[in-house]
Write a protein that binds this ligand. Structure first.
Ligand code: XIL
Length: 347
């Protein structure tokens, strides 16, 4: 068997051609390469593309609290199971996303049956049960969890480093410690991540670093920092990316890029779903897109000892949450490789 596999790999023009290499093979000596999937991707063509290119999978939405647990006694496991079962059958390990976030949250946890706000103690009981159920169900296939997502402010001049969300209003920063505590109880083996966007920007990077250090000093188990990586043609710079990886790797054992895409729209925020109907992306923009992917992966390769996994946020431009016209990923709407694929794989 081993000899046959070796022969197949070097066989040129024979009847069973060598298996096409994917990102996961090109980066085998560097880090794993992952992808965020939706249940709609569970079709033969997209499953084949995933198997060829990737060796880690995240559910884009269907494991988020508001999706999987929309009411106290309602659990929607079927969509998450469709992806998890396929990963189990194909020997692919998953990242869990996510257990506690102010968006797509199980809002029922915050109020009683009359609609009055609950105490933080009641909230913690509900969050604990939620985390134990979800983490327990998938612990055979999920190797790490984004336990808390986006709890730090973007505001560089704010006195308070925390996002002023309903979670913070009810609990202060204690909800972060509690979520990690519940996740560690539910699966002592799992790598537990704090995950956030714009974490390459020095101000936010330092607020995240300070928060994680402070939690660790209080005995909270946080052993991963996820840099989401929703980028544009200029942000991050190579220097900012490199510095952020070094900073986070000095605090935790596991640093990952968890949600990579590079949009061609230069504006962050407001125009997230960039949709210039009928407009095509010009050659000069494609060149900038290629250059940013090339730069980004060059820095990642230089930091291969510190980076575990790099996950793309969606499989192809067809599915991207920033919109097809943002041209964000390595595969086009027909699932074909784009110019940036070459930039990432030829080095
Ligand atoms: C996004 C999904 O891709 C969208 O489909 C959904 O409508 C909103 O959330 N940060 C995160 C991800 O941690 O969960 C978000 O995913 C993108 C930003």
């Amino acid at each position: 068997m081993i000899i046959a596999a070796a022969l197949a790999a070097v066989c040129v023009g024979c009847s069973s051609p060598a298996k096409e290499q994917g990102l996961k093979d090109v980066y085998a000596d560097y880090f794993k390469v992952g992808v965020a999937l939706k249940p709609e991707n569970m079709n033969p063509a997209e499953q084949a593309l995933t198997l060829r290119e990737f060796n880690s999978v995240t559910c884009e939405n269907v494991m988020k609290p508001g999706e999987i647990h929309p009411a106290a006694d309602v659990w929607n496991f079927a969509k998450a199971d469709s992806i998890a079962d396929w990963c189990r059958a194909n020997g692919i390990k998953m990242r869990g996303h996510c257990l506690c976030w102010h968006n797509q949250f199980a809002m029922w946890m915050l109020s009683d049956e009359e609609g009055n706000p609950v105490s933080k103690e009641v909230f913690y009981e509900r969050l604990r049960e939620h985390i134990h159920t979800v983490v327990g169900r998938y612990k055979d296939v999920i190797y790490c969890w984004d336990v808390v997502n986006e709890a730090i402010t973007d505001d560089d001049v704010a006195e308070n480093p925390f996002r002023q969300s309903f979670l913070y209003e009810l609990c202060g920063d204690e909800f972060i410690a509690k979520a990690f505590e519940f996740a560690a109880e539910a699966d002592p083996e799992a790598v537990l991540f704090y995950n956030d966007y714009n974490s390459f920007l020095p101000g936010k990077r330092d607020r995240i670093a300070a928060m994680v250090r402070d939690m660790q000093a209080r005995g909270v188990k946080i052993n991963g920092i996820g840099m989401q990586g929703h980028c544009n043609l200029e942000v991050p710079t190579a220097e900012n990316l490199s510095d952020a990886i070094d900073t986070f790797a000095s605090i935790v054992d596991h640093v990952q890029v968890t949600e990579l895409d590079i949009r061609v729209n230069r504006e962050f925020g407001g125009q997230l779903n960039f949709s210039h109907e009928g407009e095509t992306v010009s050659d000069s923009i494609i060149a900038l897109h290629v250059a940013q992917y090339e730069r980004f992966f060059r820095v990642l390769r230089e930091h291969k000892e510190q980076i575990d996994v790099v996950t793309f946020w969606n499989l192809s431009d067809k599915d991207s949450w920033v919109g097809t016209a943002n041209y964000p990923l390595l595969f086009d709407t027909e699932l074909e490789k784009k110019p940036a694929y070459e930039a990432v794989t030829k080095f």
